[in-house]
Design a protein around this ligand. Structure first.
Ligand SMILES: NC(=O)c1ccc[n+]([C@@H]2O[C@H](COP(=O)([O-])OP(=O)(O)OC[C@H]3O[C@@H](n4cnc5c(N)ncnc54)[C@H](OP(=O)(O)O)[C@@H]3O)[C@@H](O)[C@H]2O)c1
Length: 277
């Protein structure tokens, strides 16, 4: 498994698992749990969840999937912006830990920027860290101006990651946010890496994937995994999808394929506002 180094020096898998919209349907529950467990077996041990996902349903399902295997996984949780105050965050984190059935989150992210001042959110994170409830903290959906403001706050330089929308069809961050994060040594986490499956219908991607003997999802993920200091977190609710995605790690990308992907999905030519889903 390719690894990405966090600013603390700890490494995490470059290919993890998303869990948005998992745990919301009784009939698919057993397969979703089996899928997460298969992912752990394969080394995709970074699991991304959030209190928002199914209002706790995703955390509960993740808790069930990792029962007895806590030490094998790197658990990422997210706090709602309206809970990201000193008091609100302590209570939100406690609820998430309970639903997950764990004592500590490996990484706790601010889901997106809201009205709570960043310095108060940092203080909340650092208090939880001192109490041993979270090991690292980070942010999500913060644009370059937000990031500059964040690292300017006391303790803000300890941000571990920024999780943002990034895939072949959403390359805006390559203009400014990505180079800035590389320079600062802050890894990016790419969410919706296959654009919630919409990318897979792109005729050009389908043809190119076919030429490479790969599935469209594999090619889209291989393109992301080819980047340094980037973690991709595709969500799969079946073992068949998960295994197809895992095989992206073995999908070779030659210069010709990369050039063709740049033609089909051109890189940005100017700064654009950070996109969100
Ligand atoms: N921080 C944020 O604001 C934010 C926002 C969005 C997402 N996220 C995180 O990022 C994760 C991933 O993003 P996402 O769930 O939005 O979208 P995604 O991972 O780009 O796409 C998920 C969709 O693709 C399908 N899929 C997965 N593998 C496939 C394959 N090999 N072939 C065909 N279809 C496949 C899934 O179907 P099945 O479910 O049927 O397998 C699902 O419908 C989320 O689950 C969440 O953890 C974070």
């Amino acid at each position: 498994m390719k690894q990405v180094r966090l600013p603390s020096g700890e490494t995490v898998p470059a290919l993890g698992m998303g869990t948005w919209m998992i745990g919301e349907n009784r009939s698919s529950r057993a397969e979703e749990i089996a899928t997460l467990q298969r992912g752990i077996d394969l080394g995709m041990t970074l699991i991304d969840t959030a209190e928002m996902y199914g209002e706790g349903a995703s955390e509960q399902l993740v808790g069930e999937a990792i029962k007895g295997r806590r030490d094998e996984v790197f658990l990422v949780g997210k706090v709602y912006p309206h809970n990201a105050s000193r008091k609100g965050m302590a209570a939100a984190c406690e609820r998430s830990l309970k639903r997950l059935g764990v004592d500590c989150l490996d990484l706790y992210l601010l889901h997106w920027r809201g009205s709570v001042p960043l310095d108060e959110t940092i203080e909340g994170f650092e208090t939880l860290q001192a109490q041993g409830k979270i090991r690292h903290w980070g942010v999500s959906n913060l644009d370059p101006a937000d990031m500059a403001e964040l690292v300017d706050q006391a303790g803000g330089e300890r941000v571990a990651v920024n999780q943002v929308l990034y895939n072949l069809s959403r390359r805006g961050i390559e203009w400014d946010l990505q180079p800035w994060c590389v320079e600062q040594g802050i890894p990016l986490m790419a969410y919706s890496p296959i654009e919630q499956a919409r990318l897979l219908r792109h005729p050009g991607l389908r043809t190119l994937a076919g030429k490479n003997g790969a599935a469209p999802a594999q090619l889209a993920l291989a393109w992301l995994l080819n980047r340094d200091q980037l973690i991709a977190i595709p969500k799969a609710s079946t073992r068949a999808h998960l295994e197809e995605n895992f095989a992206a790690l073995q999908c070779p990308l030659n210069a010709e394929t990369i050039a063709e992907l740049d033609r089909l999905f051109p890189p940005p030519r100017r700064a654009t506002p950070l996109e969100m889903l």
